[in-house]
Unconditional design. Structure first.
Length: 256
């Protein structure tokens, strides 16, 4: 946890079987979170939450975890370079924990900072019932413009999971880190997807998916740096960026 000033105000009421906060507010450095929270312990645990934030930097809040990963990467720096990984992992998904609790969550944020471009005017509304995860509404704007609207359903089916993803991105930008041009000159991208798939891993779900993905790119420039050793990396990143767009990455495509 970052060494930042911390402030918490909360009003609690409840019993042995349930606990509720009529209101609470918390602040850690430049991050804030407020709203109400209710938890019921009797029978199957249930959580209801309505949360809002002016600014929430998840990347900074979990920076210690990132530092540990960086140290581990440095230790393995001299190891032989592994074969290029799959864009989508073939490791078996495991969301057994989702079947342990029910929840209803609504969250709004003026700015949400996650790995990749920050999101603004974020709205999230979802529920978890009997192991089925439903994101009924996710909206967010990128720092370069563009608005994403999406929904997601994930439910267990035997040994795997069935997933449905639908949504659209209007006015995003195709941003590639290796490009010389400014992000403002990158092509604008509109995207619409409606995909369904089933499998034990993200790779299997994608391979079995049906539906459609429509990508419309407007005029713009992506000029790669001239160094020969960077060209292959740049092209790989462009392909990954397009694939991420098709698979519904929220906001502008490409890393920060």
């Amino acid at each position: 946890m970052p060494a930042e000033p911390f402030e918490l105000n909360i009003e609690l009421a409840g019993s042995a079987g349930q606990l509720a906060s009529k209101s609470f507010s918390a602040r850690l450095g430049a991050n804030d979170l407020s709203g109400r929270l209710a938890v019921r312990f009797e029978g199957r645990p249930q959580v209801e939450a309505e949360l809002r934030s002016q600014r929430l930097d998840l990347q900074a809040l979990f920076s210690d975890v990132g530092a540990e990963s960086t140290n581990e990467s440095a230790t393995l720096a001299n190891a032989p370079e592994p074969a290029r990984r799959r864009l989508l992992s073939d490791a078996a998904l495991s969301f057994a924990v989702l079947d342990k609790i029910d929840a209803t969550v609504r969250f709004e944020a003026g700015e949400l900072v996650v790995p990749g471009p920050a999101r603004r005017e974020v709205v999230f509304a979802g529920s978890l019932r009997d192991g089925v995860l439903r994101v009924d509404r996710f909206e967010g704007s990128g720092i370069l413009g563009g608005r994403t609207r999406a929904s997601l359903t994930l439910e267990p089916t035997g040994e795997g999971y069935r997933m449905r993803l639908s949504g659209r991105l209007d006015g995003g930008r195709l941003v590639v880190a290796e490009a010389q041009e400014s992000r403002e000159s990158a092509p604008k991208v509109d995207l619409e997807v409606d995909l369904r798939g089933e499998g034990r891993s993200l790779h299997e779900i994608a391979a079995s998916s049906s539906g459609y993905a429509l990508v419309v790119a407007g005029p713009g420039r992506i000029q790669f740096r001239p160094e020969a050793e960077r060209r292959e990396s740049a092209m790989r990143e462009l392909v990954d960026a397009l694939a991420d767009a098709v698979l519904g990455q929220v906001g502008e495509v490409g890393p920060e």
